[in-house]
Ligand binder design. Structure first.
Ligand code: MN
Length: 229
């Protein structure tokens, strides 16, 4: 007997100055990777606390210019503006000194979160996958290749909603930089081409509503605009 549906086609991201697209495999997100945001969450304040890692399904990806349909089962949808690392070379147990050789490029992403569900999961000591796995939870803008911009270490990262600035930070304030993130992740699972990593958000995420327009930018990296409907 044969299946009556087509195989799943991975979602993909535009590449700046190219007609090729970057197919997405795993989506990692690093949490509490800016000290000012870690402090405002009230989480991870114990001595020796380090940034955390979670995963989002690849089918939650949407692109620049897309509209995110406000997800069900939430009263608090928060966008977190983040730098995204795109990986094009496999590896495991990668050293920090060679980790950047695995990077294809960088982009702006919004790590969209059903914050009320996240809080409920934390309160009940459950995994918080449901807060980050809804349709449209992972908007990512065009990838700018390393061949064009190298590896950005500083630059303003901003989010505005309907033209009003919500979040302002600088990627130089990342607690784990790109090399450290990729090295750490690769000691738990092999990295593969198509994996992308959201690197964390600076302080100030606040809820958005239907009808809002979200615009993110990272100086020297790129930008991303989506609507909420
Ligand atoms: Mn995040």
């Amino acid at each position: 007997m044969s299946l009556d549906f087509l195989p799943w086609v991975p979602p993909s991201i535009a590449i700046r100055n190219s007609s090729d697209r970057f197919p997405v495999r795993r989506i990692y997100t690093i949490g509490r990777n800016y000290a000012d945001h870690a402090a405002e969450t009230g989480l991870g304040q114990k001595a020796g606390s380090v940034p955390g890692v979670s995963l989002k399904p690849a089918d939650s990806l949407i692109n620049d210019g897309d509209t995110l349909v406000y997800p069900p089962a939430t009263q608090q949808l928060d966008p977190e503006v983040e730098m995204v690392i795109a990986i094009d070379r496999a590896g495991e147990n990668i050293s920090e000194s060679s980790a950047l050789e695995h990077v294809f490029g960088y982009a702006v992403g919004f790590d969209m979160i059903r914050r009320d569900i996240m809080r409920e999961c934390i309160a009940n000591e459950h995994s918080w996958d449901l807060c980050k796995s809804f349709a449209g939870a992972s908007p990512v803008g065009s990838i700018t290749p390393v061949s064009e911009i190298g590896h950005p270490h500083r630059g303003a990262i901003t989010l505005s909603v309907n033209g009003d600035t919500r979040q302002v930070g600088d990627i130089s304030d990342l607690i784990w930089g790109a090399a450290e993130i990729l090295s750490r992740l690769s000691h738990y699972s092999a990295l593969h081409p198509g994996d992308i990593v959201f690197t964390g958000t600076p302080k100030g995420p606040r809820p958005v509503e239907k009808g809002d327009t979200l615009a993110g930018a990272i100086e020297g990296v790129g930008d991303l605009t989506i609507g909420i409907a």
